[in-house]
Design a protein. Structure first.
Length: 236
């Protein structure tokens, strides 16, 4: 007897997206508060999330703007940080049906680490109804959280707003520590990145944005060289 194919609806996407909302709102509010402290307007802060919709890249770009980095440095840095989305998009593309191809640009825009993780664990067919509703609720919570954070930032004491600058580093620490617990490779590469960035910025006097770009490229290449044999053995 042929098994009935699982087909997810709009409601499935909304329900699965609720945990993402819970995580997105406080982080988006933090971004909105930081945007307020960086003296960009409410409209510019909201457009940041509306047009970019990439948490880590937005924090990095905002930080680079605050230190006076050039537009080229910001574009290249955020491009490199977001390269992982190419792999996530390629993975999900293999599960899209023919009738979903015209929706591919919109679905691709809505892919984040969180929406990819949730959708990749679903069995059966990934319908446009499911993907669009999952990504829409995540997108709405991120944009709404940004606006709320910006507004709240206007009534917070200056000392509290100034302390929010640590949010960027806390977020990356939260991403890094679980990986370090699983493998010392993440710790080694993180330390190498820090050393490379320090040398570029303080010894070679390279602007901060470009020092980050150089660190990403060099350490990524070095990581491939150092751990290539180990990765091959793990997959054999």
């Amino acid at each position: 007897m042929k098994k009935e194919r699982i087909k997810y609806s709009y409601s499935d996407g909304f329900i699965d997206g609720l945990p993402i909302v819970i995580g997105f709102v406080p982080i988006a509010m933090t971004f909105g508060i930081l945007a307020k402290t960086s003296s960009i307007s409410l409209l510019e802060g909201i457009l940041f999330s509306v047009l970019v919709f990439a948490g880590a890249s937005q924090f990095i770009a905002l930080n680079l703007l605050m230190v006076g980095a050039g537009i080229g440095e910001i574009i290249v840095t955020t491009l490199l940080v977001n390269m992982r989305h190419m792999l996530m998009s390629a993975s999900l593309a293999s599960r899209l049906t023919k009738d979903m191809k015209k929706w591919s640009p919109l679905i691709a825009f809505g892919i984040t680490d969180e929406t990819f993780s949730v959708s990749s664990f679903k069995h059966g067919t990934l319908t446009k109804e499911y993907m669009l509703s999952l990504e829409f609720i995540a997108y709405l919570s991120w944009v709404g959280g940004t606006a709320l954070g910006y507004i709240v930032g206007g009534i917070l004491p200056d000392i509290v707003k100034a302390s929010m600058g640590v949010a960027l580093y806390a977020m990356f620490a939260a991403i890094l520590i679980p990986e370090v617990k699983k493998s010392n490779k993440a710790l080694i590469l993180a330390c190498l990145s820090g050393v490379t960035n320090t040398v570029c910025k303080y010894i070679l006097i390279i602007p901060q944005g470009w020092s980050i770009v150089i660190s990403i490229v060099l350490v990524s290449l070095l990581g491939v060289y150092l751990f290539r044999e180990q990765e091959v053995k793990e997959y054999e």
